[in-house]
Design a protein around this ligand. Structure first.
Ligand SMILES: C[S@@+](CC[C@H](N)C(=O)[O-])C[C@H]1O[C@@H](n2cnc3c(N)ncnc32)[C@H](O)[C@@H]1O
Length: 268
């Protein structure tokens, strides 16, 4: 008799059980036989099976050594399947991937932000990102204008566009987690629209300072960068920006405009 796999909480192991949801992931992920797919955290390979049916090649990266044998028994005969046993955060895209991939994955939630950052940093190898994440985090990343907006929202918007595709109830997983989930798409902006207007370092310097204290307005938060409060107020009013506005109320375009104004003034 086959030994039952013991799920490990520390690896965020909540495996998808619901066939209809697995099919829906494939349906919305826009994969074709031309595509190379990267799956982060294949688990016991429920999604992997469908990815192999639909893509040209599937590279899986899994950290839990106890899953290696299970995955190899199932798929090692399939020439489209490749398994890298490693922590995804240690993956060297140039050395180990070195091609454009679509990421399709039900990722471990405990490292959601680091995974997204890692994929963005390696965007030269990443076409589109389709990932399952915690519902609340998905709502924060895709929030257009609300209290849910955060540095994470703007980090994604600066490099691409995020879209919430559908929700998944916790009962669709085994073991069932405490939180509901959502499947999102992040498309990378190949034209680097925002990077051309404000460089990455400058953008994040202002964004992080603006969100440092969510209860404070933009003027009070930006003072930490050395601006004098009254002059900053006057400058914003002159440019039709309310000094009482909070960071969460700024769209990315408004942020870019604000940063350009502040940078111009700092350089005068
Ligand atoms: C939420 S489960 C998803 C499993 C499978 N894809 C499914 O949908 O049933 C997350 C998977 O990521 C793996 N994992 C956790 N931390 C990881 C890491 N740092 N690098 C790579 N894989 C990791 C876990 O072992 C687990 O297989």
């Amino acid at each position: 008799m086959q030994k039952q796999f013991k799920h490990k909480k520390q690896f965020g192991q909540n495996f998808l059980q619901d066939k209809a949801i697995l099919n829906r992931i494939i349906a919305v992920s826009d994969i074709s036989k031309e595509d190379s797919v990267l799956e982060i955290g294949p688990g016991e390979g429920a999604l992997t099976e469908l990815l192999l049916e639909n893509a040209k090649k599937v590279t899986c990266i899994e950290v839990d050594r106890d899953l290696e044998k299970i995955l190899l028994e199932k798929y090692s005969e399939n020439s489209s399947f490749r398994l890298i046993m490693k922590d995804v955060l240690q993956l060297d895209f140039k050395e180990e991937i070195n091609e454009k991939v679509k990421v399709v994955a039900n990722i471990p939630y405990y490292i959601t932000s680091p995974i997204i950052q890692k994929l963005i940093v390696n965007r030269e190898f990443v076409e589109d990102i389709y990932i399952m994440i915690q519902k609340e985090v998905a709502e924060r990343i895709t929030a257009k204008s609300s209290k849910k907006r955060s540095v994470l929202t703007l980090s994604v918007e600066y490099f691409g566009e995020a879209e919430l595709l559908f929700y998944i109830p916790k009962e669709a997983f085994f073991p069932s987690p405490k939180v509901d989930s959502a499947f999102i798409k992040i498309s990378i902006d190949k034209k680097n629209k925002y990077e051309k207007l404000v460089n990455e370092k400058t953008f994040f310097k202002y964004v992080k300072a603006s969100f440092a204290n969510k209860r404070k307005n933009i003027v009070n938060n930006l003072c930490s960068l050395g601006f004098e409060k009254n002059s900053l107020k006057v400058l914003l009013e002159k440019n039709d920006i309310s000094p009482n506005k909070r960071a969460e109320a700024f769209s990315i375009d408004e942020f870019i405009e604000l940063i350009q104004i502040l940078e111009r003034t700092s350089n005068e």
